[in-house]
Design a protein around this ligand. Structure first.
Ligand code: PLP
Length: 359
């Protein structure tokens, strides 16, 4: 899809296409790291009641500050956080864009470490923030000394770390985040979109908030919380940092319906998260299965695994698609990423994968 020549779009945007993985209508969709389990009938009834409550006031603008929802998010996060130390937006994508609007911008730069989430450069582009990438090591970890050296050289306004990382699944030790915080002249963002899937012993950067005032820890309800369609992302940071994000948010950016349904979902946190354990076990099983086929698999703390390496990864991706299984052709050359689905979906993936490997 090229932008029509007569459309007076910004020159630096003209060559781009809208971001997004293919939304194909196939039986098994394991390509965007969703939680495969829809809400139960009881949960749907409760969420419906919460939405109905909001509908009666739809003539009014919603709470611009989303205080009830932010208090519920703070309770969910724990770590002594209060509502004023939490901010929410329509997905962590919007949170991240707000972070770059407030802390990036013309004449400013952001550093991240590749391979990582492919949306980040787009937030940078949209906010005119110079985008600088360091490289992850062969095992997809970040070498703390390399990171500190890059930060010392670039003096970035924003450092963006992803833990667990997408598409590799790699989590960061707190020591690395601590070293980056000490070296960074601006803010440090740890994107923890997948953190609830972490293996035992893997820490969360929330622990570092008291000692690092310029740290922001971003999260989402889209993954473990099984709420991707609800569009709710959030971030924890010092109240003063949250105030900076409030400067760039659109007024009433979170609709009354979004606030009501997300608050109600958080009230059913245990049920929303009830499949996380099962998905973690299925993730480890997938890694074992793929390794059993002689493939390389990156260590994963997320609800997906990156595996390879293939001389022609597109042929493998296409072979799976031909068998009704959609995975993601993303990440370093030769690797593919599969999201963890329900048991029947994983069985179909294994069968299709075996057939493709046996060709
Ligand atoms: C690392 C990471 N961050 C953020 C997001 C965005 O999530 P959402 O906007 O649904 O909260 C994703 C989505 O896949 C992701 O992989």
């Amino acid at each position: 899809m090229a932008i029509a020549g007569w459309v007076p779009i910004r020159d630096d945007l003209r060559a781009f296409e809208p971001y997004g993985a293919p939304q194909l209508d196939v039986p098994v969709r394991l390509n965007v790291n969703e939680n495969p389990y829809p809400p139960s009938a009881e949960l749907i009834a409760d969420l419906g009641a919460a939405v109905a409550g909001a509908l009666g006031r739809l003539n009014r603008y919603p709470d611009r500050e989303a205080w009830t929802l932010r208090a519920a998010l703070a309770r969910y996060l724990g770590h002594g956080l209060e509502a004023a130390e939490v901010w929410a937006a329509n997905g962590s994508n919007e949170v991240m864009q707000q972070i770059l609007q407030a802390f990036g911008g013309p004449g400013r730069s952001a550093v991240s470490f590749a391979p990582t989430y492919s949306m980040y450069p787009e937030y940078a582009r949209n906010t005119h923030t110079r985008w600088v990438t360091g490289q992850r090591a062969a095992d997809f970890s970040i070498d703390a000394a390399d990171a500190v050296a890059l930060i010392a050289a670039e003096q970035p306004d924003v450092v963006l770390l992803t833990s667990p990382n997408n598409p590799t699944g790699t989590a960061l030790p707190l020591e690395t985040v601590r070293a980056v915080c000490a070296a960074a002249p601006g803010v440090v963002v740890v994107d923890e979109a997948y953190i609830e899937f972490r293996r035992d012993g893997t820490p969360t950067a929330l622990e570092l908030l008291p000692e690092c005032p310029t740290l922001l820890v971003s999260r989402t309800l889209s993954k473990a919380f099984a709420f991707a369609g609800g569009r709710l992302g959030y971030v924890a940071a010092a109240a003063e940092i949250i105030d900076a994000l409030r400067v760039v948010r659109l007024p009433y950016h979170l609709s009354a319906v979004t606030q009501a349904v997300a608050t109600a979902a958080l009230g059913h946190g245990e049920e929303m998260l009830s499949r996380v354990e099962e998905l973690r076990a299925a993730r480890d099983e997938a890694a074992t299965w793929l390794r059993g086929r002689g493939l390389e698999v990156a260590e994963s703390d997320a609800n997906f695994v990156l595996f390879g390496r293939f001389e022609d990864r597109h042929a493998i991706w296409q072979g799976l698609l031909d068998r009704g299984v959609l995975i993601r052709e993303v990440g370093p050359t030769g690797w593919l990423r599969v999201s963890i689905g329900a048991p029947s979906e994983m069985d179909t993936f294994y069968q299709a994968m075996q057939e493709v490997l046996d060709r």
